[in-house]
Design a protein around this ligand. Structure first.
Ligand SMILES: Nc1ncnc2c1ncn2[C@@H]1O[C@H](COP(=O)(O)OP(=O)(O)O)[C@@H](O)[C@H]1O
Ligand SMILES: [Mg+2]
Length: 440
């Protein structure tokens, strides 16, 4: 649209300018014609004065008429001089009376003997505002007019010419050529612009792709750190305890510690496999979920923290829950992240007041999980931002646990909500997961 308008505007401007220029030229030419006509008419009229005075007493009329065909008759008055110097006759004729001589002059012939007179659409010779001679007809389309008084004492006529622009005579090819030129220019320019836009968009896309790739890599790296941190710390502590037991000659407990370390190592292995899957983009492994077993696994993984802080862990999972299909590790990670936060949130609790509870029930073609704890709950800001990557209130926190949790839940087409429990004030995370989905 803009293209068409700018093309039209440019074409109109340049063609309009050319039309105005050529019309001006036409006008100048006509003005020159008028000046020539005026000069010729003036000369002819002046000749009448001369002829009339030079005529012999008995003029040879035919000789005069041969030279001046527009003088139709000659007359001589012997005595009385005619009382008017100029008497209008019929059809463009008039009598010119000077002394005792009279000439009948035909303006039609006078004008037709002058070359170039045909160039005006309307030509008038008038005397005292009375037309003596008229050629062509007045038209409202004539908007050029030239008018000049003839400086003759005996024949003070007014010469008037009207004309109109010769539209057909304008050099239209030259006038319309700019439209073509502008059309081409506007076309080329718009072509250039759309090419440039396409290039810019392509550039932006590749930049964006690069950015998201970097983002994903960063997220993945941070995710790995976040997930490996806890089991590694646990393994370290199990091993240190085992060493101490050996030194204190209590080999009986070592086996249990090593077993706990093995569980953590297996988890690290599973996590690394999952990250590898993410990296090479493999399909996630959907399986029927046995919620009770997964929860027990999570509690085992957090066993060290739970037992050292004496946290009471409880759950209520009905047997008749609808079967959920999901990658088991995802569900484990979700529960682990929430439970781990619950443990950390209760670090400042009085001894014996810490607890974590999981309940599950069927709801809306899915299952509803709720994890609650006996901690202080979340601040107003944390309630708003807990799922944002890198939001953390802990000095050594990364702020990715809940962001990852939400991502996993969303990939399972579920949702997660957080609130504080009324009364006790602890945190409450509510997760809904649909059960009909077998695949991502
Ligand atoms: N159970 C909870 N009780 C109180 N605050 C919590 C709880 N769970 C999460 N939060 C808040 O949410 C923040 C983000 O948690 P998370 O994403 O796991 O990151 P991180 O554990 O590294 O801080 C925590 O720093 C904490 O302020
Ligand atoms: Mg956390």
């Amino acid at each position: 649209m803009v293209k068409i308008i700018s093309w039209l505007l440019l074409s109109l401007l340049s063609s309009g300018g050319l039309v105005a220029y050529f019309l001006q030229q036409q006008y100048e030419e006509k003005s020159a014609d008028f000046r020539i006509l005026y000069r010729d008419v003036t000369i002819k009229l002046a000749q009448h004065d001369a002829i009339i005075r030079l005529l012999p007493a008995n003029p040879l009329a035919w000789e005069v008429q041969k030279l001046f065909p527009h003088i139709i008759r000659l007359r001589q008055h012997s005595t009385i001089e005619p009382w008017r110097a100029l008497v209008v006759g019929r059809k463009g004729q008039y009598w010119l009376n000077i002394d005792n001589q009279s000439l009948l002059i035909d303006l039609n012939r006078l004008v037709s003997d002058i070359r170039g007179k045909k160039r005006f659409s309307h030509l008038i010779i008038q005397w005292n505002n009375v037309p003596l001679f008229e050629q062509g007809a007045a038209s409202p389309r004539d908007y050029w007019r030239w008018q000049k008084a003839i400086s003759s004492r005996s024949q003070p006529f007014m010469l008037i010419a009207d004309d109109r622009p010769d539209w057909m005579g304008l050099p239209w090819t030259a006038i319309l050529a700019p439209a073509l030129f502008w059309g081409l220019l506007v076309y080329l320019f718009s072509q250039y612009r759309s090419n440039k836009r396409r290039r810019d968009i392509a550039d932006m896309r590749s930049q964006y792709a690069e950015l998201t790739r970097l983002n994903t890599m960063g997220e993945l790296a941070a995710g790995i750190i976040h997930e490996l941190n806890q089991p590694l710390t646990a393994i370290l502590s199990y091993n240190q305890t085992a060493q101490r037991m050996m030194r204190q000659q209590h080999p009986g407990q070592v086996s249990a510690l090593l077993e706990a370390a093995v569980v953590q190592i297996k988890r690290i292995d599973a996590l690394l496999q999952q990250f590898r899957q993410k990296l090479i983009g493999q399909q996630a492994d959907y399986q029927p979920i046995v919620l009770g077993r997964l929860w027990a696994q999570v509690v085992t993984l957090l066993d060290k923290e739970i037992s050292s802080k004496k946290i009471r862990v409880s759950s209520r999972i009905p047997d008749n829950l609808p079967l959920l299909y999901a990658p088991p590790l995802w569900i484990e990670q979700i529960l682990h992240n929430i439970a781990h936060n619950a443990v950390q949130a209760q670090e400042g609790n009085k001894p014996g007041t810490s607890w974590i509870n999981l309940t599950a029930k069927a709801a809306n073609a899915g299952i509803l999980l709720r994890v609650t704890d006996g901690g202080p709950g979340l601040s107003e800001q944390a309630l708003q931002q807990v799922f944002m990557p890198f939001f953390t209130t802990r000095s050594n926190g990364i702020g990715l646990g809940m962001a990852l949790t939400e991502t996993l839940i969303q990939r399972l087409n579920g949702n997660i909500q957080v609130s504080n429990m009324t009364g006790q004030g602890g945190a409450s995370f509510t997760i809904w997961l649909p059960v009909h989905l077998r695949e991502e």
